[in-house]
Design a protein around this ligand. Structure first.
Ligand code: FES
Length: 163
């Protein structure tokens, strides 16, 4: 359940303003979903229902689009998103062990948020840096190549310190 608070009221207001600004255009659903994900960090069911009502379209249409595109997230994410490449080149170099080490160090399940709300860990497809396999991407731009399980604690530490 998405908690209702002043902050969320502001986010809904900002989403309303955005919808208002583009409502004359066609095919705005994807743009609105992007905006909502940017504001809320993910797309809770309540937000998807809200968008369906605002755009006057069936909720099933909204759910369909959200589940079709993998850049939309229906689960909350941590402030720091850790993406472990599980593409072939990384996998053969032990990416599954890197993933397991991140999960155990952070005591979290894949795609769930750590208790402190700081981290979430996601297995992803090829990140396009196969020569550096196995690869980890933290946030949008921090790439780590040739990662070993023993490097994991020190990588995590950097982001804890920057809290
Ligand atoms: S398979 Fe991991 S970066 Fe390509």
């Amino acid at each position: 359940m998405l908690e209702t608070c002043e902050k969320h009221a502001e986010l809904y207001k900002e989403l309303d303003d955005y919808i208002e600004s583009i409502k004359e255009k066609k095919g705005i659903l994807i743009n609105v979903l992007h905006k909502a994900q940017e504001l809320f960090g993910w797309l809770p069911k309540e937000v998807q229902d809200y968008i369906a009502e605002k755009l006057n379209i069936p909720t099933s249409t909204v759910y369909g689009v959200v589940t079709f595109y993998n850049f939309f997230s229906t689960k909350p994410k941590g402030k720091v998103q850790i993406k472990i490449c599980l593409g072939t080149a990384c996998y053969v170099k032990g990416a599954d062990r890197i993933l397991d080490r991140f999960l155990s160090e952070l005591d979290v399940k894949e795609s769930e948020v750590s208790k402190d709300g700081l981290f979430s860990v996601h297995g992803v497809r090829c990140l396009g840096a196969c020569s550096m396999a196995p690869v980890v991407l933290i946030g949008e731009k921090d790439f780590y190549g040739k990662v070993t399980p023993d490097m994991v604690p020190s990588i995590i530490k950097k982001y804890k310190e920057g809290e």
